[in-house]
Design a protein around this ligand. Structure first.
Ligand code: HEM
Length: 305
C-alpha cells in the first residue's frame, strides 16, 4: 500500500493536480516579484504588542507580490491570478526574522485544511467538459462561503492600489501579558479596481511591469493595520469576516523602495511562513495557520530540489 501522506502533502499534491508541476516554482502563488523596503511602527502598535517589529525603529523588509495559482506565467489579468498576494519578511537587528503572508481575499473559501484539499480536488475533477452538476458545483453547494469568497475578488489596476487581508486571526501580547485577537490588513494609499473585462484585455504582465516602473520612480506605501476582534468574535473560522465597524489600528508604514532586478532567482531562495512569529504575536485557534506552514514547507522542499 502507498505510504500515508500528511495533510500538507495531500494539499500540495492537490495543488499540483489543479495547476500541474512546474519545477523550481511554488505550488501556489507561483508568479511573483521580489522587492525591498522598510517598516516603521506607530506608538499604537507598541501598545498592542511587545513584538520587536513594533519598536518604532526602521526595520528592513523583503517583500514579494504574487499572482494566485500554480502557473508561473499566468496572465496578471486572468481570473486565475486572483487573489494577488503580498508577503513581508522583517529582518530584525538580532538577526531573527518574522513573516506576514496576506492576500486580496476578503475571507477564506473554507475553514479547514481538509476542506481546502477537497476544494482543490473538486476543481481538478471539474474540467469545462465535466457532466453537470460537477464535483465543484456540489462542493460549492455544501460550502456556500467558497463561491462567495471567489465572487468577492476584484482585479486591481496596480499591485500598489490593492488591499491585502490577513484572513487568519492572530493574537497580540502586550508588555503586561494582555492578549488581543486581530487580523492584519495592508491598506494602499488608494484602492483602484478595474472590471474583469478590462483586466482580461491588459498585457499578460501588466501588474508586474507596472510595479517595477512605479517603484523606480517613487516608493510605494502601505499602512499595515490590525482589525481588532471584539469579545465573542470567532477567531477559528477564516470564512467569517468580523463586522466592518470593529476598531482598526494603524500599526505603521510599509515602504517599498526597490524591486529586485533578479527577482526570478531571488524568490527561489525565499520562504515566507504565516506561522513564523516572534514574541508578542501568537497563533489563535484558527486551524489554517499550522496547515499553511506545513504546506508551504512541503512546496519549498520540492521547489528547492
Ligand atoms: C489551508 C490554507 C492554505 C494553503 C494550504 C496554502 C498553500 C500555499 C502554498 C503551498 C504556497 C506556496 C508556498 C511556497 O512554496 O513558498 C502558498 C503561497 C502563498 N499563500 Fe497560501 N495557502 C493557504 C491559505 C492562504 C491564505 C489564507 C493566504 C492569505 C491570507 C495565503 C496567501 C499566500 C501567499 C501570499 C503566498 C505566496 C508566498 C510567497 O510570496 O512566497 N494563503 N500557499
Amino acid at each position: 500500500p502507498a505510504e500515508a501522506q500528511s495533510l500538507p502533502e495531500e494539499i500540495v499534491n492537490a495543488l499540483n493536480k489543479v495547476w500541474g508541476v512546474h519545477p523550481g516554482f511554488r505550488a501556489n502563488h507561483a508568479k511573483g516579484i521580489v522587492g525591498q523596503g522598510t517598516f516603521k511602527a506607530t506608538p499604537a502598535a507598541a501598545e498592542l504588542s511587545k513584538a520587536a517589529i513594533f519598536s518604532g525603529d526602521t526595520i528592513p523588509v523583503t517583500i514579494r507580490f504574487s499572482d494566485s495559482g500554480g502557473l508561473p506565467n499566468v496572465p496578471d489579468g486572468s481570473p486565475k491570478a486572483v487573489p494577488h498576494g503580498l508577503s513581508i519578511k522583517f529582518h530584525l537587528k538580532d538577526g531573527s526574522e518574522t513573516d506576514i503572508v496576506i492576500n486580496s481575499l476578503k475571507f477564506f473559501p473554507v475553514a479547514t485544511g481538509e476542506d481546502f484539499r477537497d476544494l482543490l480536488l473538486a476543481v481538478a475533477a471539474s474540467p469545462p467538459d465535466a457532466p453537470k452538476p460537477t464535483k465543484l458545483d456540489l462542493f460549492f453547494k455544501a460550502h456556500p462561503r467558497a463561491p462567495a469568497a471567489f465572487a468577492a475578488l476584484q482585479q486591481p489596476d496596480s499591485l500598489a492600489d490593492e488591499q491585502y487581508n490577513g484572513v487568519d486571526a492572530f493574537v497580540f501580547v502586550d508588555k503586561s501579558g494582555k492578549k488581543q485577537a486581530f487580523r492584519y490588513i495592508a491598506a494602499p494609499e488608494k484602492l483602484v479596481h478595474i472590471s474583469n473585462e478590462e483586466a482580461a484585455k491588459k498585457q499578460p504582465n501588466y501588474l508586474f511591469d507596472e510595479i517595477a516602473v512605479r517603484v523606480a520612480k517613487h516608493p510605494v506605501v502601505f499602512h499595515l493595520e490590525a482589525q481588532l476582534a471584539a469579545p465573542g468574535d470567532v477567531t477559528k473560522d477564516p470564512t467569517v469576516p468580523w463586522p466592518a465597524d470593529r476598531k482598526v489600528v494603524d500599526l505603521g508604514v510599509l515602504t517599498i523602495d526597490k524591486i529586485d532586478a533578479n527577482s526570478l532567482e531571488e524568490q527561489k531562495k525565499l520562504l515566507f511562513l504565516p506561522g513564523a512569529l516572534i514574541s508578542g504575536i501568537e497563533e489563535s485557534d484558527d486551524p489554517l495557520v499550522d496547515v499553511r506552514d506545513g504546506a508551504y514547507a512541503v512546496s519549498f522542499g520540492r521547489r528547492s530540489q
